[in-house]
Structures are given as structure tokens and as C-alpha cells.
Write a protein that binds this ligand. Structure first.
Ligand code: URA
Length: 332
């Protein structure tokens, strides 16, 4: 019996997709092997579309550039994508080399990027959340707050659905304190207790904050209004995302415009970077007086200090926080 023609050729070697790419790289793929069936070809890695940062409608880019901190949070689906040449041909990306592990069961090692990662693994974004992130916010916050009184603003915050944080909250936390106010104290975002009770700084951090304010003769009942950059609790107290900051910022800006505080005490890196539009460290921001220019052109002195939650973990920094409070009160 005559052998089939194909059998007369040398048998095609068994190669895995990675070897196939290498063969192609060195121009050997066609000489070495027959064309692979479509299903066996190395997958082309789809190129992620470059998405625009999601901003609350009406929040002017100039305001965002000034008042929103650069990406200090992990990139998300709504973050500006890294600069990717759009017209560049998409080429197959070789599989990531595996790092040998000490495991003796013959299983592959852990990819280097995972092994070397310092933070938690990126969580896959559920389809619904992805849609939420790229969808325009359902109410135009920057427009709605424009002429709002403080009471109207509070109602807007309580009913806000401008970002995904509304899904998991018990209460949106508008803020609490004296009106008119001498100082505006700005923290990061509600934690678990604040989300439960609907008031800012009611947990252990809040007790310390009240004690700090009392030390300079101030109280939230008579002198100070306390609020946060973000009005709803991020799940698990994670860092707020850029689109959440953009959606929520008009509320804080309107609070500042309405309360017209003599000065603003900003607590913690996140709030300081967001309000001052910088990515400088807290160490370099504290100890001096900054200025925040409102839309009405009024300059409000801003003093940066440590977040009370940080002071609870690092009590030795309380001496510096005390200096910050004295700096703030000297100007009253
Ligand atoms: N931490 C904050 O930044 N704000 C709160 O309201 C409570 C804890």
C-alpha cells in the first residue's frame, strides 16, 4: 500500500504557542512546520481602547486638573489608559516567562509580575461595574449644585447616584458642624461607623479629632464643620477611584463656597493631594499655609495635617499634628 503523501514529509514537530512565536521571530516557522489550524495559532492580544477619564458633566477640565490629584490610586477601567500608539500594528505578545518555584509537584511557577507584586492582585471588573464606570453619571452634579443652598446640597448628597459608591452605602455622609463655621475640616471618606451613622468622624478617629480640636479651643458644635472629599464609603475602605473623586468633588467645592470658612484643615494625604491638586507627600505639604482659590476668586488658607487614623497608628507623630493645629489657630 502506498503511503499517503503527507506521511512522506517529516512529521510536524509538536510545538507550543510560545515556541511557535519564537520560530516565527527567527523566520523558521514556515520551514519548520505546516501552517497551524486557526484554533492553534497564538492568540492576538486585544488592544484595550483608550478611555477618557470619567468626569462629572460640567466639571471643567481646568478645575479637574487643579483640584483632582493625579493617579495615586490603582488604575481602573475609567482611568486614562497609558499612552498606547493607536495606529501601531497589534503583534502577538509572548506569554510571560514563568519563574521557577520551589514546588516539587511539577506545576508551573508564578509569573514574575505576580510574584513581584506588592499590592493585592487586580480584581476582574464585573461587566456591570464596567458599564457603570463608563456610563455618564445619571445626574449632572456640577450643574445641580450650582445654586444649591446648604440644605438643598445635603438633600442632593443624600440622594446622589453619580457614581457606583451609592450602591453599597447605608448613608451618604454630607458633613456635620457649626454653620456659619470658622474652620472646615476635610477628611478622606466615611468609614464603616460613619456609613452606619451618617455623620463624619464618629469612630475612633473622630474621638481623636474632637480631642485635637478641643486642645485648640474648637468644637464641631460651635466652630468647625467636618466633611470628607468623598461622601460615600468606598467598599472595604479602599482608596477612592478618580471617577468617584470627579463625581463627588462638586459637592465639596459647593460646601466651601457656601460655608466660606476662615481656613481649611485637611487631614491626610488623600484629602490634601485632592484639594491642593498635587501628588506631593504629606511631609512636604504640612508645616506651611497653602491657599485654595474658590470659583468666586476668594483665597482660603489651607493647613495640612496627618489623618487621625494615622495618628492612632503612629502616636509619635501627634507632636507634629499639634504643631499643625497651632499653625492653624495662630491665624484665627
Ligand atoms: N476617616 C475619614 O477620612 N473620614 C471620616 O469621616 C471618618 C474616618
Amino acid at each position: 500500500m502506498t503511503a499517503p503523501i503527507a506521511a512522506a514529509r517529516p512529521a510536524a514537530p509538536r510545538v507550543n504557542p510560545l515556541q511557535r512565536i519564537w520560530l516565527r521571530e527567527i523566520g523558521m516557522e514556515r520551514l519548520w512546520m505546516r501552517p497551524a489550524p486557526a484554533a492553534a495559532r497564538p492568540a492576538v492580544v486585544p488592544q484595550a481602547p483608550v478611555s477618557e477619564p470619567v468626569l462629572a458633566p460640567g466639571l471643567a477640565p481646568a478645575v479637574v486638573a487643579r483640584d483632582i490629584a493625579p493617579a495615586t490610586v490603582p488604575p481602573t477601567v475609567a482611568s486614562p489608559a497609558p499612552a498606547v500608539p493607536q495606529a501601531a500594528p497589534v503583534s502577538p505578545v509572548p506569554a510571560e516567562p514563568m519563574v521557577p518555584t520551589t514546588r516539587s509537584n511539577g506545576r508551573p511557577g508564578i509569573p514574575a509580575s505576580i510574584l513581584n507584586r506588592t499590592g493585592p492582585p487586580p480584581r476582574p471588573v464585573p461587566k456591570a461595574a464596567e458599564d457603570e464606570a463608563v456610563e455618564a453619571p445619571r445626574i449632572p452634579v456640577a450643574q445641580a449644585v450650582k445654586n444649591a443652598t446648604l440644605d438643598e446640597l445635603r438633600e442632593q448628597v443624600v440622594a446622589c447616584t453619580a457614581c457606583g459608591l451609592c450602591d453599597g452605602r447605608r448613608h451618604a455622609v454630607f458633613g456635620q458642624g457649626a454653620t456659619p463655621t470658622r474652620w472646615l475640616v476635610v477628611g478622606e471618606a466615611p468609614g464603616e461607623q460613619e456609613d452606619r451613622q451618617g455623620h463624619p468622624f464618629v469612630g475612633r478617629s473622630g474621638q481623636l479629632l474632637d480631642a485635637m480640636l478641643a486642645a485648640v479651643g474648637m468644637s464641631r458644635e460651635t466652630d468647625v464643620f467636618i466633611t470628607n472629599v468623598i461622601k460615600c464609603r468606598p467598599p472595604g475602605n479602599r482608596n477612592p477611584k478618580p471617577e468617584e473623586i470627579a463625581a463627588c468633588s462638586p459637592y465639596l467645592m459647593r460646601q466651601i463656597a457656601l460655608l466660606k470658612p476662615e481656613r481649611i484643615l485637611v487631614l491626610g494625604r488623600f484629602a490634601a493631594q485632592t484639594l491642593l491638586g498635587t501628588d506631593a507627600t504629606i511631609g512636604s505639604l504640612r508645616g506651611r499655609v497653602h491657599a485654595l482659590k474658590t470659583d468666586e476668586g476668594v483665597e482660603i488658607p489651607v493647613i495640612v495635617s496627618y489623618h487621625p487614623a494615622y495618628l492612632l497608628r503612629s502616636p509619635s507623630e501627634k507632636a507634629r499634628a499639634w504643631q499643625d493645629l497651632k499653625l492653624a489657630s495662630r491665624m484665627v
